[in-house]
Ligand binder design. Structure first.
Ligand code: G3I
Length: 351
């Protein structure tokens, strides 16, 4: 009798184990980020270079499996695509767009009007307002026109507001054309591809500050002037030593949504070099930041896109720029998913 009882107990335990395994296959844990994102109506994005997508198989496998949308990291910037006045070089950008479109990935164009990575020849004309308008118009019409129907979103103007006081940044575009440059840039982008969604994109804008107030005032101006904008990009380059709170992100981003703007996170990563603690503590804290920030965004009105500035720590711009190793992303140098990857999944699963 005792033997029989043990037999059934073991059999029952085995049955439970089999069912719970089968059950676990049905839970969301086996789904990719983009599959989970689809359930929450949010696109998951990464930045990439053509080399990463075409030559690095491990990178492209993850990009195709986990992500919906790619932002070329540098390939579409003015200095890369329009190095000399008369010649456009679409080589790298075309390679990225072709890869994306043949692998069911959308593309975010980055960026049309910016003060950084501008070729020297543009500055030569900085005192000639008419010429600067013509340069900007030719650039926008040619680049957006070239990708008409292929690029779903454009960061039309990038980082036009000053960090310290929220006033307009004295870029070459602002100084030579005046505030009208915003209206012209968005108008020409809209004309070149009426179906692409147009964005203003900036960093250090996720919390309440003079800078985010300045961007908010700029967006109010866009609305008042009927400038054809669809949404706003919050870059979300964060610092693990000082992450923003969930509540602040929600109320700050919601005020922009209330202006009728689509809300996108466009460049999220987290600088880790100033975190005090062990590597293990750091990865755990990083996962919590990814979970908190993403969960916060998912509760913001009109939130539609969560793009990371890369996917693996191997290629992050942060380590190059700061000359110090950073671990800001969701896959490690060997492409193993990190705790932060699961942090994003937890946010998507509503945990
Ligand atoms: O391609 C050249 C290479 O030929 C040269 O040998 C090397 C030496 O410095 O430089 C290479 O170019 C670098 C380029 O990245 C490609 O690696 C540039 O110097 C470097 O300035 C450039 O940095 C980019 C940075 O924007 C420029 O401002 C980063 O990759 C890119 O991640 C970063 O992205 C920006 C977004 O566009 C806007 N928001 C902030 C974000 C992070 O800074």
């Amino acid at each position: 009798m005792r033997v029989q009882k043990t037999y059934w107990t073991v059999a029952l335990m085995l049955l439970i184990a089999v069912y719970s395994f089968a059950g676990s296959l049905n839970t969301n844990t086996g789904l990719s980020l983009k599959e989970l994102g689809a359930k929450r109506n949010v696109l998951i994005g990464t930045t990439a270079t053509a080399w990463q997508l075409i030559q690095d198989g491990a990178f492209s496998d993850i990009a195709v499996r986990e992500f919906d949308i790619v932002t070329p990291e540098n390939a579409m910037k003015f200095g890369n695509i329009h190095r000399t006045e008369k010649a456009y070089d679409f080589g790298e950008a075309d390679a990225i767009v072709d890869f994306c479109l043949s692998n069911n990935l959308k593309v975010r164009g980055h960026t049309l009007v910016w003060h950084t990575q501008l070729p020297g020849w543009v500055e030569i004309f900085k005192n000639d307002k008419g010429r600067m308008k013509k340069i900007m118009k030719d650039h926008i019409k040619t680049v957006v026109g070239h990708y008409k129907g292929k690029v779903a979103y454009w960061d039309v103007v990038n980082e036009a507001v000053r960090d310290e006081d929220g006033e307009l940044r004295e870029t070459v575009w602002y100084k030579s054309i005046g505030k009208e440059y915003f209206k012209l840039a968005f108008k020409w982008a809209r004309e070149a591809d009426p179906k692409a969604k147009l964005f203003y994109n900036d960093y250090a804008s996720e919390i309440f500050s003079k800078k985010s107030d300045g961007i908010y005032a700029l967006m109010q101006y866009f609305k008042k002037e009927h400038i054809p904008i669809d949404g706003i990009g919050f870059q979300m380059h964060l610092d693990l030593a000082n992450p923003p709170s969930r509540e602040v992100i929600v109320s700050n981003l919601n005020r922009f949504a209330d202006l009728g703007l689509e809300i996108h996170v466009t460049e999220m990563d987290v600088k880790t070099m100033d975190f005090k603690g062990t590597k293990k503590q750091m990865e755990k804290a990083l996962a919590q930041v990814y979970q908190d920030v993403f969960a916060a965004c998912l509760s913001v009105k009109n939130f539609k896109n969560f793009t990371l500035w890369g996917l693996t720590d191997k290629y992050t711009w942060l380590s190059l720029t700061y000359g110090s190793v950073n671990y800001p992303l969701i896959f490690d140098n060997q492409y193993k998913p990190k705790e932060s990857y699961y942090g994003m999944k937890r946010a998507l699963e509503g945990m």
